[in-house]
Design a protein around this ligand. Structure first.
Ligand code: NAL
Length: 331
């Protein structure tokens, strides 16, 4: 696969394509990052961006993982001590999942976000940003609660971090796009450079195929799940024999979450996928590409129940090392 294709595979959006092509022409030693509000247990949402980081490491880039402790605090996720503790657990799970320890730098936000120079730069951004603009940038991150002043500071700090971590490419889920757009607009205003951004898709809710899979509602798959939990969750998933399901009765768009998980989580991490079937049902099926598996689901060659069973066992393999790490940490 050429470097541009590796960098952009499974990306929902790149901003701008021209800037990312330039980066792909000479990726060696370039720095990219994802920031996460620390949480004790990683779920598939975290792992989607982690897959992208693994692609970028393969392309020769250095990866910075920002453990965004101050951001989590501003977003009401607990006391500062609690957040620091969960950040440590998060780091251990990322490494267990497969981020290369040599080329991954883990940084706590609080290591630099409380410095005088940073604070003054932040105030300069506060001066040049309307409340309305900051609030709009946060809409998808903040959830439903009433915005506090802290929620307006949050996207401005995320903007500034791109400069302070000296990054060449910002990576995040599609829910981060408005912050990254704010950053592209604001950084030049305070005499810093614009950086390209790459956004990963958001996986649909497992049981309905609608909206997004989230830890606050519906079913999420996390590193805490046992093999049995996983089998049960995946088995309950919505999986019509198509890539493009009809909207529901109320006109809400639907996706096929089982196919999405194959596409975004399984195929990027395995050379080939084997669907084990007894001889009397046609024997094993082997797939090297997502497209061939999806085509077989659509034609009826691959039964949804077999697709689900296979998905559950590959996901189990992916999360097993992190699950063990979590158990060790808790002993
Ligand atoms: C991501 C988050 C917080 C701070 C960041 C700073 C720089 C780059 C990325 C960052 C967390 C993210 C979330 N906003 O919603 O999880």
């Amino acid at each position: 696969m050429d470097t541009y294709d590796l960098i952009t595979r499974n990306a929902e959006e790149v901003v701008t394509d021209e800037e990312v092509r330039e980066l792909a022409a000479d990726p060696e030693g370039k720095r990219t990052y994802v920031g996460y509000e620390p949480s004790g247990v990683l779920h598939l949402g975290h792992l989607l961006t982690a897959n992208k980081l693994i692609d970028l490491q393969e392309a020769g880039m250095e990866v910075v993982v920002l453990l965004a402790d101050v951001h989590a605090y501003l977003n009401g996720k607990g006391t500062f001590e609690e957040i620091r503790e969960t950040a440590e657990q998060m780091k251990a799970q990322f490494i267990a999942y497969g981020l290369d320890e040599e080329s991954t730098e883990f940084v706590y936000g609080s290591e630099f976000q409380l410095d005088e120079e940073y604070t003054l730069d932040l105030h300069e951004l506060e001066l040049s940003t309307t409340m309305n603009r900051a609030q709009r940038a946060m809409a998808e991150i903040q959830g439903d609660e009433t915005a506090k002043v802290s929620h307006l500071v949050y996207p401005l700090m995320q903007t500034l971090d791109i400069e302070y971590l000296d990054l060449d490419l910002a990576v995040g889920g599609l829910d981060q796009r408005k912050v990254h757009m704010l950053a592209r607009e604001k950084l030049p205003e305070v005499d810093y450079e614009v950086r390209p951004a790459l956004h990963t898709p958001i996986v649909a809710d497992l049981t309905s195929g609608e909206g997004k899979m989230s830890s606050s509602e519906g079913i999420t798959i996390s590193m805490e799940d046992s093999t049995e939990d996983l089998a049960e969750k995946v088995n309950s998933a919505y999986c019509p024999p198509t890539r493009d399901p009809e909207p529901d009765e109320d006109g809400n768009e639907r996706e096929n979450p089982v196919l999405e998980l194959f596409e975004y989580h399984v195929f990027p991490r395995f050379e080939e996928i084997v669907v084990e079937r007894p001889e009397k049902y046609g024997g094993d099926l082997t797939y090297e590409t997502y497209e061939s598996l999806a085509a077989d689901l659509e034609s009826g060659e691959l039964h949804p129940a077999d697709a689900k069973g296979t998905l559950a066992s590959y996901l189990d393999e992916l999360i097993a090392p992190g699950r063990e790490k979590l158990h060790e940490l808790r002993e």
